[in-house]
Ligand binder design. Structure first.
Ligand SMILES: Cc1ncc(COP(=O)(O)O)c(C=O)c1O
Length: 366
């Protein structure tokens, strides 16, 4: 059935081998992030059986719940990447071996849940180095120390370390100078409280280039002291997300989205009549291409992100979409398409996320 998202497990394995080698040669442990593929069971299996994967991480407890048991049996730890909601702390201590936190109110609630469950829950204290998403602001050292002081008094909470997230929201690029500030904060915490932090987690797929494996940077720039990276997109699509380059040894066509043509007709390229707004409240802008061969595919914005899809056939242009229809111009194609034919697309991060999460998109494997 279509639409269908087909994962190439061999290529995903190749990407995993490549990023794992880079990260471990850089003396870091590796968390692999499963949310991009909605914790797909076959991909999770691949991660669980791979010796280079130390942690499986996700932003949703629901996803962790699907694989925590199997991961633990295989000796892998599970991680909740997004700050826990107060309403889910009981599940967090149950399904996550480690969670990322920045709010004392939440850590107190985790402490109560962990006490109740009679477990010790590990946390990473998130520091915001300027990307302005989660974390205690790095210039507010007293707030950091106060938080650490209170955490250390909690019997059922263990402070495993500190971490930062960059690029996803503020688009700030990790560099030696900003990440060095995280290492400095970790050292100050250790000195002040006489403790050892096991983990200093230096970011996501935008940090991997600092290990010196890409074209732009020939030597390691990741500061000593950073000992963990968390990788989603670099594993899934082979992307260095700092400078939008390809990581060596990886492929980007690890998954293809396939959709079927339900209408194919010659029509003008400009709509006729008074223009208002489209189904999403936007005023569309059209290019006059004259009369074109337009195909409608049975997939839409509910399941796909047109701006994050690239047709495999170079003769196809995506014109736009409504919630259930994707409209493409096939005029330049060398293929004589007909109703029932299936078009394939490689995906960017947004396109992958939408398709992987949609219950209307079948999942397949090769
Ligand atoms: C805290 C955190 N770490 C790591 C990641 C993985 O990011 P990326 O897919 O860019 O590697 C994400 C997002 O998925 C995240 O929110």
């Amino acid at each position: 059935m279509y639409p269908r998202l087909v994962y190439d497990l061999t290529k995903l394995r190749q990407n995993l081998d490549a990023v794992s080698e880079t990260v471990h040669q850089g003396d870091c442990s590796m968390m692999v992030v499963t949310k991009g593929v909605c914790a797909d069971a076959r991909i999770v299996e691949l991660l669980i059986s791979h010796p280079g994967v130390d942690y499986l991480a996700d932003s949703r407890v629901k996803n962790l719940k699907t694989y925590a048991g199997k991961a633990r049996v295989a000796g892998k730890k599970t991680v909740l990447l997004r700050l826990p909601m107060l309403c889910e702390v009981a599940d967090v201590v149950r399904y996550a071996d480690l969670s990322f936190n920045s709010e004392l109110a939440t850590i107190r609630a985790l402490s109560e849940a962990a006490t109740e469950a009679d477990v010790v829950h590990n946390i990473l204290l998130m520091i915001d180095l300027g990307d302005l998403r989660e974390g205690i602001f790095f210039r507010d050292e007293e707030q950091i120390f106060q938080a650490v002081s209170e955490i250390l008094a909690m019997k059922h909470i263990h402070l495993q370390g500190v971490g930062v997230n960059l690029t996803c929201y503020g688009a700030i690029i990790p560099k030696n100078d900003n990440l060095s500030q995280l290492v400095e904060i970790a050292k100050k915490i250790e000195a002040r409280f006489g403790i050892e932090l096991q983990m200093v987690s230096g970011g996501n797929s935008s940090s991997i280039y600092l290990l010196g494996e890409n074209e732009a940077l020939k030597e390691r720039q990741l500061p000593a002291g950073i000992n963990n990276l968390r990788l989603g997109e670099s594993f899934l699509l082979g992307n260095d997300t700092a400078y939008e380059t390809k990581l060596p040894g990886t492929c980007s066509d690890t998954m293809l989205l396939e959709a079927q043509i339900v209408e194919l007709k010659e029509k003008p390229s400009l709509p006729i009549g008074e223009p208002g707004v489209d189904a999403f409240g936007q005023k569309p802008v059209y290019e006059d291409r004259g009369v074109i061969r337009r195909a409608i595919l049975a997939i839409g914005k509910q399941d796909a992100e047109p701006g994050s899809m690239t047709p495999i056939d170079p003769g196809i242009d995506i014109l736009g979409a409504s919630s259930d229809h994707l409209i493409v111009d096939v005029t330049r194609s060398k293929t004589e398409y007909k109703v029932g034919d299936v078009l394939s697309f490689t995906l960017g991060y947004g396109g992958m996320l939408k398709a992987a999460t949609s219950p209307y998109v079948e999942k397949g494997y090769r």
